[in-house]
Design a protein around this ligand. Sequence first.
Ligand code: ADP
Length: 176
Amino acid sequence: MQRSFDGLEVEVVRGDITDQPDVEAIVNAANAELMPGGGVAGAIHRAAGPELAEECRPLAPIRPGQAVITGGHRLPNRHVIHVLGPVYGQDRPEEKLLADCYRNALRLAEENGVSSVAFPAVSAGAFGYPLDEAARVAVRTVREEASRLRGVRRVRFVLFGERELEAFRRALEEAA
Ligand code: ADP
């Protein structure tokens, strides 16, 4: 599924965020300490090698909604953009903090000359954000940022499971 917003190509695919060789930056649903852990962060650090954690150490901790950028090391991507999503029911206002993750990641991509970015479903795993709402916030925020982006031409949402894929596909279809 694919749509274009103000010339920005937005697509939704099922897959693994560590296996997106044709995008310049992948986004990590990180923890505050920017350490490996489980879920997306564990997979990204495994694929990137221990050099990623080393580069991350001086950048931590980060706050909910914040984004920082590193190299991709052994990943096929030039950069990893690490965001800290809100823990649902704990970090408030959660909708703004989740939108901040997408907005700040796109702005960092733009500042670093990145033309394509792949996102996972930030906060929708261990952090408990209801999937449909998380998908709507993600798509809406990318849509809102589209007119501001010059260098970033392509955004891909990479969803691990069928349920996540469906939620993001619906959110993209229904986006105004
Ligand atoms: P958070 O702590 O922000 O909730 P998680 O890593 O627990 O982040 O999960 C976020 C989403 O990423 C979940 O939908 C999970 O199924 C998915 N996910 C886990 N591993 C991968 C991967 N390798 N590629 C893409 N998505 C993944």
